[in-house]
Design a protein around this ligand. Structure first.
Ligand code: PMT
Length: 226
């Protein structure tokens, strides 16, 4: 029998990169394909959840039955998350949100300078979507983050877990073989605020999503299995 342990649970997931425009034709972005977040959305929907996926630009097919909201910038992603957060029981932030955005967005395509030499970009910090929503969390809501790291994985992930007041964090060393951006597989460690941790082996992203959803399910106390 298929597992339907998320019946009646509303899950909000972010996925993919953001794009931070410099001018009408150029942007700053990152290597996120959206695969990890889409796998979470797909598995949650299959397990009975009502799923809203806030997605940056990706080339992936939207999983059947999942409600998608397309965004481009980190500010758009925050606004979309804000408008869906109160309705959700579980928020999972798998998106790779840009930490900085160009301080100015030129209205026309920037021209190549007549002078030789460097040009300087001024970047401004973006809002931290995960930290912002975690601060607004109601007593029935569960908030899960990811930490994409290239060094000191567990230390940096635990710092983010505590600083952002999360219920669980998925520590992702993106330099490991078969892990991280663009791959179909991932290698992660789940960390809880009480110090517990569970390292997962190399698995397809769909299986990582399932293991994560199974780990999170008991935290949704107010919603007994229907
Ligand atoms: O999309 P794929 O190609 O499948 O790759 C998957 C992944 C590597 C993107 C994914 O597994 C992952 O690690 N996602 C988090 C990427 C990230 O931005 O990590 P971070 O350590 O910089 O951010 C920590 C957390 O804060 C993340 O949950 C992030 O979504 C969130 N954040 C970060 C910055 C910001 N301005 N707002 C946020 O909400």
């Amino acid at each position: 029998l298929p597992l339907r342990d998320y019946t009646g649970v509303h899950v909000l997931v972010t996925a993919g990169p953001t794009r931070e425009p410099l001018d009408p034709v150029r942007f700053l972005s990152n290597r996120s394909s959206g695969k990890m977040g889409y796998a979470i959305a797909e598995r949650a929907q299959r397990r009975g959840a009502k799923v809203t996926l806030i997605s940056g630009p990706t080339s992936l097919a939207v999983p059947p039955g999942v409600n998608v909201v397309w965004v481009e910038t980190s500010h758009e992603m925050l606004a979309a998350c804000q408008s869906h957060f109160q309705m959700c029981d579980l928020f999972i932030a798998a998106a790779a949100v840009s930490d900085y955005t160009p301080a100015q967005r030129a209205p026309h395509k920037l021209k190549k300078s007549e002078r030789d030499g460097d040009i300087v970009l001024t970047l401004r910090p973006t809002p931290d979507i995960l930290a912002t929503l975690a601060r607004q969390k109601g007593p029935h809501q569960v908030v899960v983050g990811f930490a994409a790291e290239t060094e000191n994985l567990l230390e940096h992930a635990r710092h983010k877990l505590e600083a952002k007041q999360l219920d669980l964090i998925v520590a992702n060393d993106v330099t490991q073989e078969g892990a991280g951006f663009e791959k179909d597989t991932n290698v992660v460690t789940l960390l809880w605020p009480d110090g517990r941790q569970e390292p997962l082996p190399l698995l397809p992203k769909s299986a990582v999503a399932d293991r994560l959803l199974t780990a999170v399910r008991p935290l949704l106390k107010a919603r007994p299995l229907e």
